[in-house]
Design a protein around this ligand. Sequence first.
Ligand SMILES: NC(=O)c1ccc[n+]([C@@H]2O[C@H](COP(=O)([O-])OP(=O)(O)OC[C@H]3O[C@@H](n4cnc5c(N)ncnc54)[C@H](O)[C@@H]3O)[C@@H](O)[C@H]2O)c1
Length: 323
Amino acid sequence: MAESKREKIAIIGSGMIGHCWATLFLGGGYQVCMYDISQDRVDAALNAVQFKLNKLKDEGLLHGTLSIEERLANLSTTTDLQECLAGAIYAQESAVEDLQLKTDLFMKIDSLTGPDTILASSTSTLAPSKFTENLKHRENCLVVHPVNPPVYCPLTELIPAPWTKPAVVDITYSLMTAIGQSPIKLTREVDGFAINRLQYAILAEAWRMVHSGVISTADVNKVISEGLGLRWAFYGPLEVSHMNADGIKHHNERYGPGVIRVLNDFGPTPTFFEPETLEKIASDLNQKIPVEKLAAHRAWREHQLGAIAQLKRKLAKEKPADL
Ligand SMILES: NC(=O)c1ccc[n+]([C@@H]2O[C@H](COP(=O)([O-])OP(=O)(O)OC[C@H]3O[C@@H](n4cnc5c(N)ncnc54)[C@H](O)[C@@H]3O)[C@@H](O)[C@H]2O)c1
C-alpha cells in the first residue's frame, strides 16, 4: 500500500541501475528526481522508467497502489545536481563504477546536502570507506548494492563504512522494505560484500574446471541453470545443506569431510586472462549469446526473471500455514 508522499528521493546517475531505482522509489509513493550528466541520458532514463512501469504493470508486479500516471506525476528529471538534491531525504548514487569519479561526486553531493540526508551508493565493488572518509556528513553514507535488474531481483545489501551511524542503516533498511526490496545488512565492510564474494567463488571454480578441461563452457553453465540455480531461487546454501540431510548437523557429519576434501582441491585463484581459456570461453559464449545480440538476450533475461518473480509471489501465497 503506498500513497503519494511528500518526501523526495534523489537518483544520481540514471543508467541501467539508476532508472530501476527511480522505478522502485515511485512504487513507494516518493517524489523522485533523476539526475544525469546530459539531457540525452536523462531523456533515455525517463523513457526507460515509463517502459519498466508499463511492463511491471502487465506482469502484475507493480509495487504499491498508485496508477502509472500518478507515479509519473511524482517523477522529475534534471541535469543540475543541486536541483536534484534540494530537499531530498535520501540520495541513491548510481554513476559509473570508477573510484575517482565516485570520490569527486560524493564530495559534491556532500557539499549540497545537510545533516539529515542519507547518501547511498549502488557500487558493486568499492567499499564505502574508500570514497566517503573525508566528507562532512560521512556518518550518513553507506553502500546500498542491488542485484541487476533490481525491479525483478529484490535482494539489496547494505554495507556501512566504519563511521556510518547505525540509525542510517536502520532507516535505509526500512526504506528498502517500503519500496518492496528485500534488504540484508552486513555488519562491516568486506571486499566484494556478500553478493560478489559468493558469486566470485562460483565464477572461479567454473573457470578452473573449464581451464583444466574437466567440463565444457555449456555444461558448467547448465550446472547452475538446470540444477543448483533452481533450488537457489528458493533456498540459500546453508538451507540446502540443512534440507539435504536430517538437519545441518547431520549434513556436516555425513558430508563435512567430503566438503573439506573438495575445497582443499580447488587450487589457486585463476587470473581469468589465461589466453587460450579466455578465447575458448568467449567463442563458446558467443555461439549461444552473440555479443551483437546481448541487448535482446538481456531483455529476454528480464522477461524470464519477471516470470520467476510472479511465480515466487504465487507460491508465497500458497505456502501451507504450518510451514
Ligand atoms: N549493471 C549492474 O549489473 C550493476 C549491479 C549492481 C550495481 N551496479 C552499480 O551501479 C552503478 C551504475 O552502474 P550501471 O550499470 O547503471 O552503469 P550505466 O553505465 O548503465 O549508468 C551509469 C550512469 O552514470 C552516469 N554518469 C556518468 N558520470 C556521472 C557523474 N559524474 N554524475 C552522475 N552520473 C554520471 C552515466 O551518464 C550513466 O547514465 C555502478 O556503481 C555499478 O557498480 C551495477
